[in-house]
Design a protein around this ligand. Sequence first.
Ligand code: FAD
Length: 351
Amino acid sequence: MEAAPREVRAVVIGGGQAGLATGYYLRRSGLTPGRDFVILDAATTVGGAWARMWPTLRTFSPTQHSSLPGWMMPPWTGDGGYPPAAHVVDYLTRYEERYDLDVRRSVSVESVSRGEKLVVHTSDGDWLADHIISATGTWSRPFVPTYPGSFVGRQLHTAGYRRAADFAGERVLIVGGGNSAAQILAEVSQVADTTWVTLRPPRFLPDDVDGRALFEIATRRHRVRQLGEPDTGGVAGLGDIVMVDSVRDARDRDVLHARRTFARLIEHGVRWTDGGESTFDTIVWCTGFRPALSHLSRLGLRGPDGLIPTHGTQAINEPRLHLIGYGDWTGPASATLIGAGRAARDLVAGL
Ligand code: FAD
């Protein structure tokens, strides 16, 4: 016999930073974790995407600007103050314990359907909820652009990168113009012959500017858009690659040169737009991620761009559903440690 659905005020889907920040504000609003709301997470371990990132990854802001609400990330003194992923995982682990957020792990949300309440169908039975907060991140949906032709060598996405030593002595093509590409290029170029490809010239932040500036710009953009004023534009004028130690070192070694993208893949490399060809052993696609929303597909909410239209974090066509952490469309800088807190505060205030 099937177990009866359990009933709560809110179900948070995903126990990464966005889910934890939401849990923090739900608890502060007087709800008891485990009784009034639950956080469900498919993974067996703590830390969301941070637990899967490569060990040498550095955050793009120091700890005081990479913190969730309530409790600051403990300082990291090495590497110019930019902590590695393991430090973030440790912080999230302790954060979850500190606020007793009672995350239920190894519970995968398979779908959500509508009834008098929303019904959350999971690998461990159903939940009925007045509100659902989807915080499933992007890590499980790596994006690789389509190019004509095919390449028989090794290909991997940022999500599969672990260490530079795996590429020793190879010819490696690194695709992408963001922080992941720059940091991976910086490491791999120490042991391999690298070529870097970006859609447009890479934009490096000044050495004394880091992820804080990106956060402030996202905040400003959000404010002017809310006021209906003309968009002030993104970070284009400033840059978007943070000059962490490894990237500065790569600049000193003169490897931060990017060429524009290629026309097609060929068996052992790529053909450039001028008809020339280059041979590679491996292509590393640092080409980003897409939001993990398939568990919501039964609700039929996606727009033509594949995203769910929202006002703030609230789904316009299903006001009982909120989305957090996926990017600026779910709150300014909500896909960052510091931005997730503010998005969560506004979300919970609106329930
Ligand atoms: P996640 O951390 O991905 O957590 C989502 C959780 O949802 C996971 O635990 C997953 O198991 C669970 N889940 C997914 N689907 C389901 C389902 N159907 N049912 C149940 N559970 C599910 N941000 C910064 O602030 N500073 C940085 O320096 C920084 N560097 C970054 C570097 C890289 C390479 C990347 C990719 C991102 C970086 N970010 C950084 C951005 C951001 O902080 C992370 O992507 C962050 O992990 C997103 O948190 P999240 O909680 O939204 O999602």
